[in-house]
Design a protein around this ligand. Structure first.
Ligand code: AVJ
Length: 320
């Protein structure tokens, strides 16, 4: 059985849909230009993100992995076996795969906007774990999505590691998590990774590394936009900017024009002054208490939390 659920590759246009073009245009034409961070992830973007996870400055992936390996058995007891594990933003599926031996899911449903990258990963994974029923969904889950009929209803465990919840504002996060809770089933829940507030220099370095991999990751969005909306961004005219905004408790990433320039795309055009920016990503940081409160607001009842010695990152299981 092919793990590919929405097998539409032959029907898909090479470029973005009219909806995607309208969404991106609206952001680029706003008084302060912005784009959704989901457009960071074409195939190259997904690979650059994998490289980011290897950087000494980018502590979240490594810290979270350490929490999983230290407390995995404890987590497995709390989560229970035989769930449908729904992996949001699965990417290369490595985090979930590492948990299969202890969580023993019956079904695995990885979801990722970077469809081709995801399918490559799942095809390999299905061979390593033939007894787990796998269904890959290549879609944007940020605005809600439907699970296929055959995904068991009673015990759905949403797996949302890596602190990707940080891409939502806190109020958007509550709304998104409410939707997950409503779909988890009576015995289901949410296993989620959250990045915690820490020394600002540590945060800044994690999003502006010495090698410039995060800069390449951010700038690659312009190449992706050229493809999606037929834009003519010249990457060399832009630079990566990232910093912790303490008032908002978030890392902000921007692309800043190095010189006055004009960008045109299908149905749009805009001038940028030197120093003008496109806001490309927010990555909200929480305290253990502020995130527990956010989960409560989303309707989750009981919570178990695991963290590292320095309290840099937290993994939480919240019961639906
Ligand atoms: C995948 C959203 C968790 O916010 O840390 C990494 C993305 N951006 N470096 C994060 C990201 C720049 C990452 N998430």
């Amino acid at each position: 059985v092919s793990p590919l659920a929405n097998n539409t590759s032959s029907l898909r246009p090479a470029h973005g849909s009219a909806e995607v073009i309208a969404e991106i245009s609206a952001g680029l034409l706003a008084p302060s230009a912005y784009t959704s961070p989901k457009f960071l992830y074409d195939s190259l973007g997904s690979k650059l993100f994998e490289a980011i996870c290897e950087l000494p400055e980018y502590y979240p992936t490594r810290t979270e992995a350490r929490i999983f390996s230290s407390y995995g058995d404890d987590m497995a007891r709390v989560v229970g076996e035989g769930a449908a594990l729904i992996d949001l933003g699965a990417g290369n599926c490595a985090k979930a795969a590492a948990l299969f031996p202890i969580l023993k899911p019956a079904q695995y449903v990885p979801v990722d906007i970077s469809r081709d990258f995801l399918l490559g990963a799942v095809t390999q994974l299905q061979q390593r774990f033939p007894h787990i029923e796998m269904t890959a969904l290549g879609l944007d889950f940020s605005s809600g999505f439907e699970l296929p009929q055959h995904v068991q209803a009673g015990r759905r465990v949403f797996f949302y590691p890596g602190s990707s919840i940080g891409n939502f504002s806190p109020s958007q996060a509550v709304e998104f998590l409410r939707g997950l809770r409503a779909n988890a089933g009576a015995d289901g829940g949410l296993l989620i990774g959250v990045d915690l507030i820490k020394d600002h220099a540590v945060l800044d370095a994690a999003y502006d590394d010495a090698l410039g991999v995060t800069a390449a990751f951010n700038l690659n969005m312009l190449r992706h936009l050229n493809h999606l909306i037929g834009a003519d961004f010249d990457v060399s005219q832009w630079q990566h900017v990232a910093f912790f905004n303490a008032e908002e408790s978030r890392i902000e990433m921007h692309l800043e024009a190095r010189e006055p320039l004009t960008v045109s795309w299908q149905g749009g055009e805009r001038d940028f002054a030197r120093g003008e920016r496109i806001h490309t990503e927010d990555s909200y940081k929480y305290t253990r208490q502020s995130f527990a409160t956010l989960l409560e607001r989303a309707g989750f009842a009981t919570q178990s939390m695991w963290t590292d010695d320095k309290h840099w990152f937290a993994v939480i299981y919240a019961r639906a």
